[in-house]
Write a protein of this length. Sequence first.
Length: 360
Amino acid sequence: MKRALTVFVIIGLLGAGIYGLLQVVPTGQGSQKGNIMTDTARLRDLSSVVPASGEVLPLLSSIVKSEISGRIIAIPVREGATVERGQVLLELDRTSLETRLREAERSLEAESLRVEKAQRNYNRLQELFTRDFVGEREYLDAQTDLSLAKLNLEISQARLEDAAEDLSKTTIKAPHDGVITLLPVVDGQVISGATSVSNGTDLMTIAQLNELYMEANINEVDVEQLSIGQSAFLRFDAIPNFTVAGEIRVIAPSARRDGNVRVFPVEVMFEVADNRVRPGISATVEIPIASAENVVSVLLSAVFNEANKSIVFVQNLNGWERREVEVGINNLQHVEVISGLTAGESVALSRPPEFRRSND
């Protein structure tokens, strides 16, 4: 009797479990309408844009180098500092150049004395030659000695000027106003000068940050819709919810290849007072090319292309209706529907199953 009761309880528990499982697992007969996301056509103001991405660059940027080699003895500025044109940026050791300058000065004095001596000798022999007290050879030799002394004096003068110029180059000054964006050298470092055989050591980079520009590559299909002076709007990946107005200043006259696509480099200039916008950060530019106000529009994903025709699937009481529409501009999110759809109608964001089967 107990065994029969135990079996009965087990059978009852199994039945309850199976019933509960059937309540959880769907039967697969639900409405297909509930599985398709929709969008409602609404009246909106749209602007069609040409988008592109690129890098922010300074309009004016200079890499500062030294014309002479030497050892750094002072760097009175720091990275990130604002400098003015002519401000001292860096000092090189002057010892050897000061010695060279003193030697050039002494050499010039010596050559000056030699010219005085040669001049006196020439004057004396010239007077004697006119009286026939010396021969022509001695007179001409004195004349030559005087000319050589004057040439040596000119050479010494040039060497002095050269030494003084090199000494002045030990003080490196800012070529223009700006901000020091890079300072890779340190006090005591030996640097090489920029010559015809050497590029020299990069001492620092100075950039003007009040005027920046972004270089973007525009597809050859879109570039014909752009023009110099056209407005543009920039956004930055590193600065959310921040937009800056700019202007197209340069459109490259010839295309270049970017992978399998031909593009035209375009420079968009802009001014910004926000110090978060710095050279090197990535940016996205949107260039408006057309606009429409208070027009019927839906999400781009609601419009399908069939045989070069624009199609939407409109929800009605009986399910879905396939409808051909005429579309206009888009802002990369919504598209204008010129005809075939009215505000308030719901459209499918994916192809309904019955139309999917008929087109597969």
